[in-house]
Design a binder for this molecule. Sequence first.
Ligand SMILES: *Cc1c(COP(=O)(O)O)cnc(C)c1O
Length: 463
Amino acid sequence: MKLIDAATREPNFRSLPSIDQLLRTETISMLLPIIGVKHLTQLARTVVDSLRAEIGHGKLADSNLLSLAAKRLFDAWESESKTGLRRVINATGVVIHTNLGRAPLSVQAKNAVENAAGYCTLEYDIETGRRGGRGQRAESLIAELTGAEAAVIVNNCAAAAFLVLSVLASGGEVLVSRGELVEIGGDFRIPDVLIQSGAALREVGTTNRTKLADYEKAFNENTRMILRVHPSNYRIVGFTSIPTISELSNLAHKHGTMLFEDIGSGALVDLSQYGLTDEPVVSDSIRDGADIVAFSGDKLLGGPQSGIIAGRRELIDKIRKHPLYRVLRVDKLAYAALEATLESYRRGTAIADTPVLKMLGMTKDEVGMRTAKFVEALGSNLRFEITDGQSAVGGGAAPLVQPETVLLALSHETLSANEIGAMLRKATPPVIARIEDNKVLLDLRTVCEDEETELLKILANIN
Ligand SMILES: *Cc1c(COP(=O)(O)O)cnc(C)c1O
């Protein structure tokens, strides 16, 4: 029905509320201290403009436009306020979920972040009252835990690899096996990183097999290093072979060059008891002769986003002095979280403290027992079923390892799985689940125990 003024036969804009009227409504005036007058006025203008356009097109019935406008403004604010970073419950069973912030921090690391958030001794030496070394504690913990002479920390492993290649190989050639010219995801491609660093890529061997002799043949006076890349998120299986780290290291040294290993995930402790048998342990690489290694802080290590470079002191010093290091360095919050995470490793309590390790270490029976207890408390119209399934390590680590788990499969008489999934995502906090075969699957492996009560409440609200 068009709002037509009987006399003029024109659309009637007189019922349109003014911005001022809208801001003075009860609902919207409550938002004022939260949003601030400037942005609130902006939102109000957008809402009133769209109402005006709708009247012009004859799309609005003669209703209470003021309350309609207030409702739209409130909804606009609400959906906008949901777009920032929010805590979520990860019920996907993917432990290192890149889209959900990779490694959840330990309690110790969270406390350390809070502690460092104000003024802290980032570059200050309490003893002397003078300027102190940035990141020294985290670096010395890394050195101690990996057996490396020294370490330096940057923004992520991609930055670490780029920095190492830029400082130590720019203008020269880098030997890489054709089986290791991989894309790690998020556009991190080894050949592209090499081009950007100013080093030339010299491909060696074949996709599935690269022999020591292939590297040997490729050496020339421009060769600066051998680069070994852990293929992280994919595996070549079958007729394959690559030289060991010590073979590569000996060869590199024989030619007066070095071996750089991009380990990617990098475990600080042996995780083979969790089935993670082909993720390199950093200290093994250092022991076997890698001159420099790079790995992520927020993959299997279970700390904050960071890229850790460890290796020979002389090389680390060169890296630290390069102007690019200043560009790629991390902030105090990352150091704080990393220090606390590394201290857990040194205490020998990493497996109990670090959520990533705790979750990976959970057996199928343990997840099963938690799930059985969980459904006892589940009061809702949802139908559920407990089934066997698999979790995932995620974060581009150990793609072939899928820990056996127990899943809670939810369905509903009238709601589809996608509809339930959307309702879970709209909850506070949002719950992220897997959807398969028109069922919503929850894997409690990645749900912290103290989130269970919250999750039960959210499920009870789905009717
Ligand atoms: C994950 C990964 C990277 C990138 O690490 P970010 O910390 O995400 O930057 C680089 N190299 C390898 C081998 C990886 O697995």
